[in-house]
Ligand binder design. Structure first.
Ligand SMILES: [Zn+2]
Length: 461
């Protein structure tokens, strides 16, 4: 009896010991796997080097898995060191934004380099309760010098729907961004011109905009910004409005054919709804493709721009003008079913006539493009593009170089064209512009060539 009781008691003891061991082990496991003993250093997010100017304090993000205990920061100018931050945290935040402010003027000299040191410590009990710490250093290159920007020369005027050129100077030891900002949100990209520090840009006043203004914006790595207005004499221009009858032949012919390009979107539309869809929605898609291709600019330095007037058809007669606001009426003149803007000129001569590419360039598109049918698109440099639509045959492939005077395609009536004709468009950095200017020898001479030649004289002086 006694033996049995003893055995029972010792069994109970063993069980208890196992429980204690298990519990203790679990507690140690819990402690080691909690954040209390984490072994990761705080993370200090800052680059090894950055530019800095006196107007822009900047932030550094510091974070830690267990929480931050302390953050200290110093700035050193080589001979002197100042403490710029010393924070003891009560609530151990997981992250903290440390703002670095510009120190007193005597501490920094122009184009000096400062060393920023940031030390962070966490609340972990690791490392015999001392926690983990991290130290990071950054070189701050002081630059309070604004970029040197100066509008040198530009075309005297710009016409609504038209083009112009501007040449300016922009110099900075650490230039980061350079563009021409407009009142309508478009940023034009300048191209290096002639000599170091000079730039050239073709600008365009979109036909849809009532006003036009442009200024050069130059930003350096430290955040210093300079602006220079480019002054133009603004010439407003009225564009035609025309009313066209949507005939059955047109609706059941061309429109019905083009609607088959988008069967899913047009299957439930009535014939006149199809016309609206093709003339507006589909046109917009086709125009968007052209604009996207034409917004690309090369950045090769330009010394001159020997552009000749474009004359794509030898005996072409103008049968449709640029900027024409076209309304389509159906059955009755008051029943307007669709409208659109004509963003090129239409030229007609004989059927399947040679389309001449008047200036050298590279073919950037040679394919079918909806309402423009078989279309050729050529880049001539300086952000200038030409488009040839409704072709019967394309004689060039994408990527091919064309010489001035070469035949690029044959006229036709593909896409939204009733008879055989050429739709000719010109674009500057993705904006449709008046082809008439680029077809006019005198306009080109006065507004582009002379300006460029005068700029070179001014730079060489
Ligand atoms: Zn056209």
């Amino acid at each position: 009896m006694k033996m049995r009781q003893k055995r029972k008691a010792s069994a109970l003891g063993t069980l208890l010991a196992i429980f204690i061991l298990l519990g203790g082990g679990y507690a140690i496991y819990k402690i080691l796997h909690s954040n209390e003993f984490e072994t990761n250093r705080p993370v200090i997010e800052m680059p090894l080097e950055r530019f800095w100017n006196s107007h822009h304090p900047f932030d550094i993000n510091i974070s830690d898995d267990s929480g931050l205990k302390k953050v200290i920061a110093y700035l050193s100018n080589g001979s002197e060191r100042i403490k710029i931050a010393d924070v003891d945290f009560k609530k151990a935040p997981k992250s903290y934004r440390l703002q670095i402010r510009y120190p007193k003027l005597g501490f920094v000299h122009e184009s000096d380099t400062l060393i920023l040191t940031v030390i962070a410590q966490d609340i972990s009990k690791w490392n015999f309760f001392k926690g983990n710490s991290n130290v990071k250093k950054a070189r701050l290159r002081i630059d309070n010098q604004k970029p040197d920007v100066f509008a040198l020369i530009n075309s005297y005027g710009i016409t609504r729907g038209g083009s112009a050129v501007a040449i300016f100077k922009a110099a900075d030891a650490n230039l980061k961004e350079l563009y021409v900002e407009t009142n309508f949100g478009k940023r034009f990209q300048p191209i290096p011109f002639y000599k170091e520090g000079y730039y050239i840009v073709l600008l365009a006043w979109p036909i849809t905009q009532k006003r036009f203004s442009a200024k050069v914006i130059a930003k350096d790595e430290a955040g210093n910004v300079s602006r220079a207005r480019i002054g133009f004499f603004l010439k407003s221009r009225k564009y035609r409005t025309s009313y066209l009858q949507a005939k059955e032949r047109f609706i059941n012919g061309k429109i019905a054919d083009l609607a088959e390009d988008e069967p899913e979107l047009t299957k439930n539309l009535s014939p006149t709804e199809k016309l609206k869809f093709i003339n507006e929605v589909y046109r917009q898609t086709n125009d968007a493709l052209i604009k996207e291709i034409a917004s690309k600019v090369d950045h090769n330095r330009v010394d001159s721009f020997e552009i000749q007037p474009f004359n794509p058809l030898r005996n072409g007669k103008v049968v449709g003008s640029f900027g024409d606001h076209r309304y389509y009426w159906y059955k009755d003149k008051s029943n307007i079913i669709s409208e659109s803007y004509h963003l090129g000129i239409d030229l007609a001569s004989i059927r399947m006539d040679d389309i001449i590419i008047s200036n050298p360039g590279i073919v950037v598109f040679a394919n079918y493009n909806g309402i423009y049918g078989n279309m050729l698109m050529v880049y001539h440099g300086l952000g200038l593009y030409t488009v040839y639509g409704h072709c019967s045959t394309l004689l060039k492939k994408r990527g091919e170089l064309v010489q001035a005077g070469e035949v690029g395609a044959k006229t036709g009536a593909t896409g939204l064209a009733l008879g055989d004709h050429l739709h000719f468009s010109t674009l500057v950095q993705g904006i449709f512009v008046r082809p008439a200017e680029w077809m006019d020898k005198k306009w080109i001479q006065t507004n582009i060539i002379d300006v460029i030649e005068n700029a070179k004289k001014m730079i060489d002086k």
